[in-house]
Design a protein around this ligand. Sequence first.
Ligand code: C2E
Ligand code: MG
Ligand code: MG
Length: 424
Amino acid sequence: MLGRNQDRLTGLLTREGFIEFSRKFTGQDGQAVIWFNLDNFKMFNKRFGFTRGDEILKEIALILDGIFPRDENLLARFSDDNFVVLTNWISAEINIDTVQEYLYSLHEDVTLRLRAGIYFPSDDEDIRSAFDRAKLACDSIRKNHSVSSCMFHNGMSKELSLQQHILDNLDYAFKNELITVLYQPIVRLSTGKVCEAEALTRWNDPELGLISPAEFIPTLEQYREIHKLDIFAMKKVCHDYKTRNDNGLKLLPTSVNLSRLDFELCDIIQEIELAVTLNNIPREMLRIEITESINEEDMTVLNLGIEKLRTMGYQVWMDDFGSGYSSLNVLKDYNFDTIKFDMKFLRGFDVNKSKKAKYIISSNLEMARLMGMQALAEGVETEEQLRYLRSIGFDKVQGYYFGKPMKLDEIFALNIGVEEVHSS
Ligand code: C2E
Ligand code: MG
Ligand code: MG
């Protein structure tokens, strides 16, 4: 067990070693593959340094070694903080908790969560497909902090093939216009007219039909490809704007969604500037939406990015305010021009019953006003919601009540009309 089969840091097997040695395990009854991954290991490294990060990885290897003896089990570190164990199923179920408890007890000063995904392969199953599935189970609880292990089930397999399809076909989808941009009207209540639009992407796949952004965006974020989509959408919006401008048609300020990851994955501001300059778009015609789910770890980069965009003359909007846990902190730490209130505020809203929802919406609106930010309510579907939002002082609203995302030209054909913009 030398060379490429052995992990230098921990002494466990590498991925290659694991695949090779797993052959001698085939045919044994009742096997289980466990995929372990540490939460926020990247952040841990940033905070405490790589030396301490390496120590943790070595400790995990030792713990695994103690609990799953090497003469009966296969132990590997695949990459970074990904550990894989091939064991028998009885041992798997009993021992996962022990591994986790051990690690916690060694590091009570920091929160270290070691997630585990479990898969029971069939007799002649390829080991690669087995550990992919264990990993999928492990990934599936990344955001669910109430559990620390999870068994693979078939629904995950479908998810895996959709993810694979998205990643394999992304470039093809851009080139062949499978990915398009639609626009949803934003209405100013004081004029009753459309004042802006939000650009939203769609993937119309010949094999799978329409794939919703709710499905492909998390995959693109997970595999760090999201900036490609956002640059594509930005270019398309600028191009659509220029086409109308060249034809002497009415124009509409437009907001584009960015992922906070874009600020790490590329020079997103330069990309925006490129698209804007090439198409001769005044900066005040673009708004940048960023969702509130901002991690502590990317605070500095993102904060600098937001400030730079604002100084350059772009409005920056906070999207989905109220949908996560950290809304108020994000408001405290970043400067936004507009806050978009998440549609969850309005879900199931009943003017006579939802007293609490009303208090929450109106006091948050007041807070936005005090901080000098504009407010916009998303997800307005009914006349009743609209009347209430107007009564407490919202001026901008967006939702199916006025129109679903549509082609840009269709917005200008809406009978409520579009505000005039004065732009060069
Ligand atoms: P979002 O930016 O909060 O956009 C609003 C979403 O709510 C859109 O879903 C829109 O179609 C939907 N919506 C609008 N009004 C109503 C309503 O009255 N009722 C209901 N039930 N839904 C309404 P969509 O287009 O599926 O987009 C989902 C999310 O995907 C967006 O949420 C945004 O975060 C993300 N997204 C879309 N396009 C892009 C993109 O190009 N880049 C990035 N980074 N994210 C994008
Ligand atoms: Mg948005
Ligand atoms: Mg939103």
